[in-house]
Structure formats: C-alpha cells, structure tokens
Design a protein around this ligand. Structure first.
Ligand SMILES: [Cu+2]
Length: 113
C-alpha cells in the first residue's frame, strides 16, 4: 500500500511540474507576442525632472506595455545625454524605454507640441 501511495505522489508531482512547464511556455509565448507588437510603439509621459549630470530623467509615465509597467512616476537613465537638451520639466513627451542590462533606459524621446 505504501509503495502505491508513493508512486501516486510521484505521478502527481510529475504531472504538476509538467503542467507548470506548459504554463510557463504559454506565458513566454504570450509575452513575446506582446513585446514584438509594441517594439515601435511609443509611450506617453510628462517630464518631472531633468538631471543632465547623471544622465537621468524623471517621467510620470502612462502604461509601458513593452515593460509590463503600470502608470507611475519614476527615474529612467537616458541613452544619450544630448536627448535631455530637448526636454523641460512639464513637457509632454512620447518615449521608448527599454530594459538595458537591468536599467530602464529611455532610447527615444520626442516632445509633443
Ligand atoms: Cu514605471
């Protein structure tokens, strides 16, 4: 009896990890599809602070679909400090932020007129 119980547990564990693997795969595919769709899409935001010395910009941003991020105010690194010459506090912007080695970096920035 004990042996049968152990076998059923092993089977149950095996099945569980198999379905977890499947779920993870499905999740990855869904994420890939979503990010490739929005690669060129820009996000909206408002400049809250410009820090040229540190190459940083604080943006109150809307949803960042490519990063799976909800609206918030946060600091981004900037790919090219010269991009900060265009931006003033209060400007409405369209931008693209990417996760570059764990640092969220603004790679494109356009001021909205
Ligand atoms: Cu954010």
């Amino acid at each position: 009896m004990k042996t049968i119980a152990q076998i059923s547990i092993a089977l149950a564990v095996g099945l569980t990890s198999a379905s977890l693997t499947f779920a993870n795969d499905a999740h990855h595919h869904a994420t890939d599809a979503r990010s490739s769709e929005s690669v060129a899409a820009m996000s909206e935001g408002v400049v809250r602070k410009v820090d040229k010395e540190n190459g940083e910009i604080t943006i109150r941003h809307g949803e960042l679909k490519n990063l799976g991020m909800q609206p918030m105010t946060m600091v981004f690194r900037i790919k090219d400090v010269a991009m900060l010459d265009l931006a003033k506090v209060g400007d409405k912007i369209s931008f693209v932020a990417e996760n570059s080695g764990g640092q969220l970096t603004v790679t494109q920035l356009e001021i909205q007129k």
